[in-house]
Design a protein around this ligand. Structure first.
Ligand code: KIV
Length: 257
């Protein structure tokens, strides 16, 4: 609970940094800079080449989260509940408990507002901390991914859903691809933090897929800024290794028993 409070009290004070991690070594580095480490079901497209996050299984999420947990010391660890694992109250509670017990994470994230509010209420009643996710919802989006909140109907729906999630006890809400003005209004109205992804600087924090910002996952999504080209450095190391193996410079005596 202390970790959750540390996040919520940042609202209107300091921006919240959230990053995805799928395994231990990278999680260890992310933990130094992030407030929240998210094991996102984006791992489906980033690691497994799935065309949709709908294919990600509970077992995959749990296994990656167990690995991430080993690298996270100070940040809040949040795990995405995959598609179809929270369809009913029973399945939501059973699967959220399984995730928490097996991964020792601090909270779970579910996509949706009114449609999943009964499940969210039940989890919170059972002392499971929940992060919300509104706007573009990759698990249920149909066709081409589009931004949300561009007309007054969508804007009202987003605001209503955000208020409903807050009222029912979620500690923060991810806003994905929500138009700037709507993200700003929601952020100002809520007392819990919003974490934006493609939803402008007005959100209380930002999240990105780490592989995207480091340049190891090729993507052309508008909101992704490539903060470095890690592929270049990976290539340098791999090239050196292959050259030394072929020229028999590696392994030298020093590296042999
Ligand atoms: O799956 C994911 O990584 C996410 C974030 C990008 C918000 O949900």
């Amino acid at each position: 609970m202390k970790k959750i409070q540390n996040i919520t009290k940042k609202k209107n004070k300091t921006k919240i940094v959230c990053l995805t991690a799928y395994s231990k070594n990278i999680a260890e580095e992310i933990d130094k800079y992030a407030d929240i480490v998210l094991v996102g079901d984006s791992l489906g497209s980033v690691l497994y080449n799935y065309t949709t996050t709908r294919k990600v299984s509970l077992t995959e999420m749990i296994n990656h989260s167990k690995s991430v947990k080993m690298g996270v010391k100070k940040s809040l660890l949040v795990v995405d509940m995959p598609y179809k694992t929270y369809d009913t109250n029973n399945s939501a509670l059973k699967n959220a408990k399984k995730i928490i017990q097996e991964t020792k994470c601090d909270a779970v994230k579910l996509e949706g507002g009114k449609k999943v509010i009964k499940q969210i209420r039940l989890l919170i009643k059972n002392k499971i901390s929940v992060m919300g996710h509104l706007g573009l919802l990759p698990q249920t989006a149909k066709g081409k991914f589009k931004s949300k909140g561009k007309n007054s109907r969508e804007a009202k729906q987003l605001m209503d859903d955000a208020m409903l999630l807050q009222k029912n006890g979620v500690f923060a809400i991810v806003l994905e691809c929500v138009s700037t003005s709507v993200a700003k209004q929601i952020t100002q109205k809520l007392s819990i933090p919003t974490i934006g992804i493609g939803s402008s600087v007005h959100c209380d924090g930002q999240v990105l897929v780490t592989d995207d910002l480091l340049g190891i996952n090729d993507t052309k999504i508008r909101f992704v800024k490539k903060f470095m080209n890690l592929k270049k450095y990976i290539n340098l190391g791999l090239k050196k290794f292959s050259q030394e193996v072929r020229s028999k410079r590696y392994p030298s005596k020093k590296h042999s028993y």
